[in-house]
Design a protein around this ligand. Structure first.
Ligand SMILES: Nc1nc2c(c(=O)[nH]1)N[C@H]1C(S)=C(S)[C@@H](COP(=O)(O)OP(=O)(O)OC[C@H]3O[C@@H](n4cnc5c(N)ncnc54)[C@H](O)[C@@H]3O)O[C@H]1N2
Ligand code: MOO
Ligand SMILES: [Mg+2]
Length: 421
């Protein structure tokens, strides 16, 4: 008699896994390697930006009071004291009716409080002395880029757990972070199990298929922010499976296997877990695809037995492994982002289990639409190529029709959700 497994809800399965995850660890990386990593500490402004009052234009720095009453009919002329390029500071005091030639980004002389751009001035040389004339008045503060106008010292600019984007990188450089404290990426090993598996460079043979799961899962691991170790494929043989998995565990933080978790004669993962002495957290989830998704733990390490069926493997990773990686990256929203979308076509298949339909999002004026993306069985592989979201249909319903509002989990969003279940 085949063993009868008791399905638990997706939320319960995710909870059991997350309950075992400890706080992430950190490391320092050079700013040039920081892109895409996750901040392990808040970034606080260590000085105001800009750090001094500066000119936003190429022009003349003046004392606004001297320009009072300047008009087309009554222009006001200033003597030019010197030229201040960006990176330099004034060397001469700007007195009444004097102006300093100043370039964009240069620090304003202390006595000046306005800048006149070149286009609004006329210049001449009188007796060898540079003069500048304006035909309108300026107020204190006109055309000044003020100290601290971008940010004040002490402001929390980017929070721990944020992925380092090009914009975050600019902030890091602004405040002198040559080295950045980031979350250490967990190393996740991947074994694909199955005697039917060929390598990616092998010709097809009768009864065999190429191993797509290992590469797909590796890409998902990378997308989630972890480091991948592709460990190869394993034959459906208990001895070699056990030894390979046992030995690999010491080299990784987590281990993923694909295939061999159902109830077939050559589904050996349940026996491997038993022989390892690993505690199985669950081996059946009330979801489709991926109902056979299994998780176990041994000596503080998680082992994920993802389904061999490609779509089920894909979904199992995104729902159960991704949040672990994100949590270890200090992400306060480690789960897939859940949004509402309009179902773009009928999906009438009833199912007792929660269904995760591989789908594609469309952005229209009326809002978000989601359409199932082709062949949608658990063993589908080609429909994964165009998948960017999972339509989530609760089990126990009679099916859904076009126009229904449905929950959608986004696979490519830069932000996740706290708890979508
Ligand atoms: N009697 C029952 N049979 C099955 C049940 C069940 O409840 N009772 N569950 C079905 C469901 S649901 C799924 S999902 C699959 C899960 O199977 P396994 O996780 O044990 O995976 P395998 O048997 O090893 O392979 C399944 C399928 O996937 C192909 N595969 C495996 N590895 C790869 C790979 N690396 N790349 C591409 N394709 C792969 C494999 O050739 C099989 O076709 O079990 C059902 N059966
Ligand atoms: O786990 Mo299977 O993918 O439910 O279809
Ligand atoms: Mg099987």
């Amino acid at each position: 008699m085949v063993e009868k497994r008791k399905p638990i809800t997706v939320g319960e399965a995710v909870e059991r896994v997350m309950a075992l995850v400890k706080e992430g660890t950190t490391e320092q990386v050079h700013i040039e390697q920081a892109f895409g990593r996750t901040l392990a500490a808040d970034i606080i402004a260590t000085h105001p930006v800009p750090p001094f009052d500066r000119s936003p234009y190429d022009g003349f720095a003046i004392r606004a009071e001297d320009s009072k009453g300047a008009t087309r009919e009554n222009p006001v002329t200033f003597s030019v004291t010197e030229t201040i390029g960006a990176g330099f500071v004034s060397s001469k005091k700007v007195e009444a009716f004097q102006a300093a030639r100043i370039m964009t980004g240069a620090k304003l002389p202390d006595e000046c409080d306005a800048v006149v751009m070149f286009e609004l001035t006329s210049e001449e040389t009188v007796n060898g002395k540079a003069k500048m004339t304006i035909k309108r008045a300026f107020q204190p503060g006109d055309n000044v880029s003020f100290k601290g106008e971008d940010t004040e010292e002490g402001t929390v600019l980017v929070e721990k757990g944020t992925v380092i984007t090009p914009g975050v990188t600019a902030v890091l450089a602004t405040f002198g972070y040559e080295f950045v404290e980031v979350a250490r990426k967990p190393v996740i090993g991947v074994f694909a199990t199955g005697t039917e598996l060929l390598d990616v460079n092998e010709e097809l043979q009768p009864g065999k298929i190429r191993n797509s799961n290992a590469y797909m899962t590796a890409a998902q691991i990378t997308r989630s922010g972890a480091e991948v170790k592709i460990l190869g494929k394993l034959e459906d043989d208990l001895e070699s499976c056990y030894h390979s998995i046992h030995d690999a565990l010491s080299d990784v933080d987590m281990l993923i296997t694909t295939g061999g978790v159902s109830v077939g004669d050559f589904d050996l993962l349940p026996a491997v877990y038993e022989r390892l002495g690993a505690e199985v957290l669950f081996n059946k989830i009330a979801m489709r695809p991926g109902s056979v998704t299994t998780a176990a733990h041994l000596d503080g390490k998680l082992l994920f037995g993802l389904s061999g069926n490609p779509s089920a493997c894909y979904v199992g990773f995104e729902l159960l492994v991704r949040p672990v990686v994100r949590f270890l990256q200090f992400d306060s929203k480690p789960h897939l982002l859940k949004v509402k979308a309009t179902l773009a076509e009928d999906f009438t298949k009833p199912n007792p289990f929660t269904r995760f339909v591989r789908s594609k999002l469309f952005y229209e004026e009326a809002g978000l639409l989601a359409a199932p993306n082709g062949f949608n069985k658990s063993n589908a592989v080609t429909s994964l190529a165009g998948t960017d979201c999972l339509i989530t249909l609760p089990g126990g319903t009679r099916g859904y029709t076009q126009g229904d509002q449905v929950d959608v989990l986004l696979l490519e969003a830069s932000e996740g959700s706290k708890w979508p279940w």
